[in-house]
Design a protein around this ligand. Sequence first.
Ligand code: ADP
Ligand code: MG
Length: 313
Amino acid sequence: MDDDSQRAGTEPIVVALGGNTLLGSQGHWTFDEQREAVARTARQLADAIHAGYDVVLTHGNGPQVGTLLLQQDNVEEPARRPLDVLVAETQAQIGYLVQQALDNELPDSTDSVTVVTQVVVDPDDPAFETPTKPVGPFYTEAQAAERAFETRRVRSGDRPYRRVVPSPEPIEVVEDEEITSLVERGTLVVAAGGGGVPVVRDGTLRGVEAVVDKDKTSQVLAAELGAETLVVLTDVEFAYVGYETADERPLRRVSPAAVRGHLEAGEFGEGSMRPKMEACCRFVERGGERAVVTTPDRLLEALAGETGTQVRA
Ligand code: ADP
Ligand code: MG
């Protein structure tokens, strides 16, 4: 109503891309199908860019980093790459696909650049003791029991298990100033892919074996950039209360305090909607104007305040 359709392009917006925006929703992961999914997402992003928004993109990497991790089992010890290096590889892999798709959609005057991004975590984060972040393929109960790595039941159905790795809280994005200067030049930046490469700061920077939640890192980055809006794009148009029950109700305009209540009531799926709503809540609580959850095809409408779950003070 009021200032939803206001001046675009003055402060960046951070747009987090979920798995379905990169892989398609059918679980088809051939590279042709991935290219198609990314091309579709790039078209939807281009509409927002044409509308004048300065966009910083982030993305997840669960399937991709899980595949790379499995491939390490066939690598002899001296050449085996640690998980932080694998996260960096997924930033290149996905950044390449997104950058190329954007190059094909956008006017010549808009450059897009992927920044290999490190994110500082606490070496004493309890998450290192209890892996929770699901990566890679899904397994049956029997398959999961045979795996040499830790798995966890993450959904219902006949392949409910997935490998889990530690997922510490992101504290600070190392390359935030570099990203800011790129945005100020009018460059479309892809950053903090896969939640960022986790590093600890103990005099020097050192990579650690973990995968940070991309929604949480997107919030940290959005705050550091002074972004006006954090958008989390996924495969549902809204976050719901009573999700998948007879009383399911979409959240439309909602305050951070109300979201806190729903978080406490356990309304949002662990590892799926919960980190998104936590990120949105935190962004607005710490002074961000608004945070939005919606699907890529609703992006423009959601930016105009017309759909999606809109968290604002
Ligand atoms: P992405 O890969 O895009 O980051 P996720 O699959 O992790 O997305 O999270 C989106 C999913 O969260 C939805 O597909 C939905 O199944 C699930 N979900 C869990 N709780 C809720 C809820 N309360 N409202 C909406 N979706 C929910
Ligand atoms: Mg997903």
